[in-house]
Ligand binder design. Structure first.
Ligand code: BGC
Length: 354
């Protein structure tokens, strides 16, 4: 008998034996297999993580650090991406509830759309963490984020430090469905008021879409020309704004802010077309959140001493607040390069002689 025919015969025999065993035991063999792997899985803490999207550079870092820290702590993370669709995010939370996760970590897109699902999860004994963005009126078990008002203040203070007093500003923010947006706005406008700067207009870019920010600049030429500074809600919005400005030969002539310390924003800063960004230590946020998630499921204390409070409209939620750093060309090396957030050769890619 040829080797191949012998092999086929062996496979058929094994299948027949398996089918026979299956009939006798009510098909316990595959079930046992599933059982044991499930058991192995359920022994570990199961974390569901719902992202808004990965379009913006920082979120991949958030995911990678969170997942690797959770793994080190013996937990498993199932990551879902809603691609900016709040209803899809709701479905993903419901899927995690059905799967019986121990805890769900949410970067919310539109709190109104998921409030019921958060309650449902908690009713099933699943804890919920609002990650980076508060989920208003939901009563999450924890909120962990950066100090968003401080982000806005830092943008305003950088403008003032560059001489903006009694000047004019246009604000291009993210969407109001992101609860961080009003906090950043309020921190910023407070500093503007204190320094007699006039806000000519506030625009909210739907879904954080950078193209919308660019379109705003193209279709509001007079306002843009009149403004001394353009506050951009993040570096991605700033990227399109600076591009549109450069087409109007205005790049470098208006003060522009951002946040996230995206690589391209750091490049624009050392090249002189963006004044500043806000560095948010993502590693710290994601690591602390993963440690907190595991601690909460295990019934242990939160991994930090300093716990703030956030009134989400439904209840006072424990708030782990992480500090941010204002970054300009002056402290780029100190903050961004020394910390290893970006490489020197990448940041100074287009700066000859550096
Ligand atoms: C975050 C920013 C981010 C933006 C868009 C905000 O909630 O605070 O860091 O750039 O969402 O994803």
């Amino acid at each position: 008998m040829g080797k191949r025919r012998f092999y086929i015969l062996r496979v058929i025999t094994s299948l027949l034996i398996a089918a026979f065993l299956c009939t006798c035991s009510g098909c316990s063999a595959p079930a046992m297999e599933t059982d044991s792997s499930n058991k192995e899985k359920t022994d570990k803490i199961q974390i569901g993580m719902c992202f808004d999207s990965f379009v913006i550079e920082r979120w991949q870092r958030d995911r990678d650090v969170f997942v690797s820290t959770a793994k080190e702590l013996g937990a498993e993370v199932n990551v879902q991406n809603a691609n900016g669709d709040p209803l899809k995010q709701k479905e993903q939370i419901e899927y995690f509830i059905k799967k019986g996760m121990d805890i769900i970590v949410i970067i919310s897109i539109d709190p109104e759309k998921i409030v019921d699902s958060v309650k449902k999860a908690q009713d099933e004994g699943i804890k919920v963490i609002a990650y980076d963005r508060p989920i208003t009126n939901a009563g999450a078990d924890l909120y962990i984020s950066f100090d968003n008002e401080m982000v806005g203040e830092m943008m305003g203070e950088a403008f003032v430090k560059s001489g903006l007093k009694g000047g004019k500003v246009v604000m291009i923010c993210g969407p109001l469905t992101d609860n961080n947006v009003p906090m950043v706005r309020d921190g910023f406008t407070r500093v503007m008021e204190e320094n007699d700067n006039e806000v000519l207009d506030i625009y909210y870019a739907d879904g954080w879409k950078a193209e919308a920010a660019g379109d705003y600049v193209y279709s509001n030429t007079e306002l843009i020309e009149e403004a001394d500074a353009i506050m951009c809600g993040n570096d991605d919005l700033a990227s399109r704004v600076v591009y549109a400005l450069s087409e109007k030969r205005l790049a470098g002539k208006k003060l522009v802010s951002g946040q996230d310390a995206d690589l391209e924003a750091c490049q624009r800063i050392v090249e002189g077309t963006q004044l500043m960004t806000v560095y948010k230590p993502i590693e710290k946020l994601a690591r602390t959140a993963a440690e907190a998630a595991v601690a909460m499921v295990s019934g242990e204390e939160l991994p930090v001493d300093d716990i703030d409070e956030y009134d989400d409209g439904k209840k006072i939620v424990p708030y782990l607040k992480i500090e941010t750093v204002s970054v300009s060309a002056d402290n780029m090396d100190e903050v961004i390069i020394k910390s290893g957030f970006h490489l020197e050769e990448d940041v100074y890619l287009n700066v000859p002689g550096k």
